[in-house]
Ligand binder design. Structure first.
Ligand SMILES: Nc1ncnc2c1ncn2[C@@H]1O[C@H](COP(=O)(O)OP(=O)(O)O)[C@@H](O)[C@H]1O
Ligand SMILES: CC(=O)N[C@@H](CCC(=O)OP(=O)(O)O)C(=O)O
Length: 296
């Protein structure tokens, strides 16, 4: 148990961070276990509500890959990934949009509102927020030559029209964004949620980008928990990828941090969404958690 003075000191630790981030935008990519476990879910929602109430502007971008895969399985549609991106034909796109926009997005919005926050859900179609174009996956043919592989309705961000976010934030709401893009002919595109979060952080001139994941952060040896890298410079990233130290799903995450830093975002963090209130610990305390990726 803490004494009253210890409790007061803990609260005071947050003051410089509240001052530093007052009026500033913080983009949070919400995904992984923190989206499945009820207690973790509640902790994330309350962290975001707290940030908003002390004058920060949190913007939540959510994933939902596991929920999409679950429904596809129930419908007997196979999930297939190339470079971590879901191959998306028309039938899959319909499910992706139903799950992300209809279910996940509205679920998050309802929960934030239930806990006393004010949230508005958007997909990339609302206010033409995320204009997208088709993305090809870069793979290799049998001779090792680089080729562009058609992965269907997977998109990349072409343009972000952030007016709708500005309007919502100005009215005191927390924007909750599903990573669905809209093409020039009104067609839907499936976009990786980390990518949307990174691009949006740049477009909004965010102070911070926080990516929640299911590991403690970036390790030099994934098998050795003591090898966590607490701070990484953006010019070290390519070398770690080439050496195979950063691999798999961590590659797009760290690359999206680098892109965000190059686009002017001050700080980017990859943190463990399995820790209750990990966002609070990162934003409001002296001992940030996970891995911070900073500009070289
Ligand atoms: N150097 C590394 N440090 C930490 N995780 C790594 C590293 N290299 C590869 N990974 C893998 O990346 C995974 C995180 O990516 P991913 O599973 O796509 O996350 P999410 O589901 O949160 O989007 C980790 O679970 C881990 O298996
Ligand atoms: C193109 C692509 O792969 N899109 C992702 C979109 C959801 C997502 O990114 O969810 P997570 O963050 O939970 O992985 C998908 O279809 O799974």
């Amino acid at each position: 148990m803490y004494t009253p003075i210890e409790k007061a000191n803990i609260l005071m630790e947050a003051l410089p961070y509240i001052q530093m981030f007052h009026g500033k935008t913080i983009v949070i990519k919400y995904g992984g276990n923190a989206m499945i476990n009820d207690d973790l879910k509640k902790a994330v929602m309350n962290d975001v509500i707290l940030m908003k109430l002390v004058g920060m502007n949190p913007v939540l971008v959510h994933g939902g890959g596991p929920e999409i895969s679950q429904l596809l399985k129930r419908l007997d549609i196979k999930s297939c990934f190339v470079n971590g991106l879901r191959v998306t034909d028309e039938a899959t796109m319909e499910i992706v949009e139903m799950v992300l926009v209809g279910k996940v997005n509205k679920g998050i919005v309802a929960q934030i509102n239930q806990y006393g926050g004010k949230a508005v859900g958007l997909s990339g179609k609302d206010g033409q927020l995320i204009v997208a174009r088709k993305q090809f996956a870069i793979t290799a043919d049998a001779h090792g030559n680089e080729i562009e592989e058609d992965i269907g309705l997977v998109g990349e961000v072409e343009k972000l029209n952030t007016d709708i976010i500005d309007a919502i934030v100005e009215k005191g709401y927390i924007p909750v964004i599903a990573p669905i893009g809209v093409g020039v002919n009104g067609e839907s595109y499936n976009i990786n949620a980390d990518t949307v979060a990174g691009d949006l952080a740049v477009a909004l001139g965010a102070e911070k980008l926080v990516l929640l994941t299911d590991v403690e952060g970036i390790f030099t040896d994934v098998a050795d928990k003591s090898s966590i890298i607490s701070s990484l410079r953006s010019d070290e990233v390519d070398g770690l990828i080439k050496e195979g130290i950063i691999a798999g799903g961590m590659i797009p995450k760290v690359q999206c941090c680098v892109k965000a830093l190059e686009g002017g975002v001050k700080r980017t963090h990859i943190i463990d969404g399995r820790i209750p209130h990990s966002i609070l610990l990162e934003v409001f305390t002296n001992h940030g958690i996970g891995t911070m990726v900073e500009k070289a």
